[in-house]
Design a protein around this ligand. Sequence first.
Ligand SMILES: [Zn+2]
Length: 370
Amino acid sequence: MLRAVTAAFFLFLSAAALPPRQPAFFDDPVSVYYAAGGEDDVDEDGPPDPGEAESRFARPGEADTGLRYSADLSDDELRRLWTDDLEALGSISVGFADQGRLINAVRMPQDQAWICQRPELAFGTEETVNALALAFREVHKQFPGSGPARLNHIGTAAGGYLRPHRSHQSGRDADIGLFYRDDKFPRAGARRERQMDPARNWALLRALVTLTDVQVVLVDRGIQRVLRAYALSAGEDPAFVASLLGGGSKALVQHARRHKDHFHVRFYAPRSQELGRRIQPLLAERPEQNILLHRVKHGETLGQIARVNNTTVALIRKVNHLSGSFLHLGQQLRVPLRGPCTRCPLPPAIVVPPRRMPAMSASVVATSAG
Ligand SMILES: [Zn+2]
């Protein structure tokens, strides 16, 4: 009986977006796992990498010139579905990768081409899930004998803060473990550069970049060096390789500390993101969705946060499953609002840039010319 209750409670906890280091009787399963020595293939705790902090580095974007990815929905139709048939809208990515949440999340399915190492954290936008499946299947097609790709965290079903990540909040980030030679996993602390399988890791990166809309990939420089050398030796277009792995701020693949054993991939989710912008003025029409994400700053109390946002301590406690009043610096709270959300961060209009593609090789040009 007690075990069943405990299991149910853990399920409940893992489905909720929990703030960090909550002084609860049970901590969430992820942090329990971390306390026991850490988890492979996910971002580790530590100071933020610029690549993770999307909200801080967002630029005002282009002038909002109308709808690009959800033009099939008029404003009236959007409002009708928002209030009467929310599920029909499909996935909605709200806010930023590091300050956001997810509505109508889609769960990564099972397939022989990949395994979900954390199925309860495999929720993302529809675009993210489709993109991952497409890239994994492509690698599997090229390497039929390969072990499955190893998908680790995307996010929780509601999005929001997921320990230990800065991002992974809006359904667009995924951690993917590296492929290793002969699918033999290195012991903890071993240098991954020597044991990674360059061919399959390059095939995965290439598939992600050319078949899907990737915003950024984060992986350690040492891993990048191996991939770059492999790609060039395999005859890939040097300009294409440089645009991905050439270093500098324009390269699609960026260095990040604590990313030595996995790719952290952030996807564009154009329709989900555009819907996320469009529903902001409608939030107050669905009280359970009328939420502001608030990161606790030094010296703040629940009472202050409630006052500033015109809500109550009781409501904040309830939504965040808090039993006491104890807050931690940096903790993310879901603040239920009672009126329109005037302080919700509104990301710039989403415009997906053209994919980076290799120049056609001589043989392809010859074939298409003949
Ligand atoms: Zn990550």
